[in-house]
Design a binder for this molecule. Structure first.
Ligand code: CAA
Ligand code: NDP
Length: 291
């Protein structure tokens, strides 16, 4: 079965990036979200990112226009029922994801493959709430999607070989590289990355360094492209906290305890770049550390 129609649920930073790379690779994309405003913002972001690729001679103007022409949006989740592949990229909360799959289920074609871009939540558990656990997988893109080469592929306990192979082929067609992870909390990338970010927040919380000194240390001392606090703001502090909670609950080890300062920022609604404030304040011309 050839995958051609792709449904993407959630038009935030990941859903819009996913729609961008699929449309550029020639797939027809139907993008869904709960708000029309989110869909408008996603289309504007995709268009701006495609423009940047044109200006850097990565793609032509006509590739950009073709890609934009292949993306349609809808507020109605059942419209995604005709897709060959669905990628769920809504907020990192299990109740939200489960409800999406349950609502979508009656409208699906028998062959539709369901996937989640979750950063941490059990694929086996999400799959078990659907009528097709054998056609369910983790399809985990990295942020920013148009730039990052990796896609983590995660099999649930019941995922069959055909589904896995179909997703592998899609990753190849996107021009990306896959790594396979077993289905345990936060898989590979976030099992390693998120405790480092959490530790950077503890380093700040305990006064070992300021936001600036922590980020400068890791950029210039460990050659990371972004400091850990800058990266946390880029990912979204709500998503970072959700991942740490999944690690803490799922592995029952105190080494994954989310830093109380991370919780405080999330409770304040200071979620990073997406709300214009996190460990940095982005409301001016240059980001200013908030601590
Ligand atoms: C949480 C999870 O579940 C999993 C995750 O995703 S964890 C997060 C993984 N991501 C990372 O670790 C990203 C770390 N940061 C980086 O790699 C770099 O800082 C970066 C690529 C984001 C930006 O790089 P930079 O050198 O500072 O900026 P810049 O030179 O302007 O951009 C580099 C490229 O990225 C593109 N880019 C930058 N920001 C972008 C964005 N938000 N969206 C799309 N493209 C973007 C630029 O257009 C440029 O493209 P070309 O190379 O094709 O010209
Ligand atoms: N941020 C990152 O670096 C990465 C994130 N991920 C994962 O990707 C997923 C999305 O993350 P990200 O894009 O950063 O999050 P965002 O907060 O940027 O976007 C999530 C989007 O989903 C929307 N949404 C919420 N509920 C529903 C629903 N029931 N149906 C449709 N849309 C809904 C949100 O709307 P509203 O805001 O109005 O509620 C928002 O537009 C998460 O599972 C996350 O863990 C994976 C890799 C990297």
């Amino acid at each position: 079965m050839e995958i051609q129609k792709v449904g993407v649920v959630g038009a935030g930073q990941m859903g819009s990036g996913i729609a961008h790379v699929f449309s550029l690779a020639g797939y027809d994309v139907l993008l869904n979200d709960v708000s029309a405003d989110n869909l408008d913002k996603a289309q504007a972001l995709i268009s701006a990112n495609l423009d940047r690729q044109v200006s850097r001679d990565k793609i032509t103007e006509s590739q950009k226009n073709d890609a934009l022409g292949r993306i349609t949006t809808t507020l109605k989740l059942p419209d995604l029922g005709q897709s060959d592949l669905v990628i769920e990229a809504a907020t990192e909360r299990e109740t939200i994801k489960t409800a999406i799959f349950e609502d979508l289920q009656p409208h699906l074609l028998p062959h539709t493959i369901l996937t989640s871009n979750t950063s941490s939540i059990s694929i086996t558990r999400l799959a078990s709430r659907t009528d097709r656990p054998e056609k369910f997988m983790g399809f985990h893109f990295m942020n920013p999607v148009p730039i990052m080469q990796l896609v983590e592929l995660i099999r649930g306990i019941a995922t069959d070989a055909q589904t896995f192979d179909a997703c592998l082929k899609v990753v190849e067609k996107l021009g990306k590289t896959s790594a396979t992870a077993e289905d345990f909390p936060a898989f590979i990338v976030n099992r390693i990355l998120m405790p480092m970010i959490n530790e950077a927040i503890y380093t700040l919380y305990e006064g070992v360094g300021s936001v600036k000194s922590i980020d400068t240390s890791m950029k210039l001392g460990a050659n990371h492209p972004m400091g850990p606090l800058e990266l946390a703001d880029f990912i979204g502090l709500d998503t970072c906290l959700a991942i740490m909670n999944v690690l803490h609950d799922g592995l029952a080890d105190t080494k994954y305890r989310p830093c109380p300062l991370l919780t405080k920022y999330v409770e304040a609604g200071w979620l990073g770049r997406k709300t214009d404030r996190g460990f940095y304040d982005y409301r001016g011309d240059v980001p200013v550390p908030t601590r």
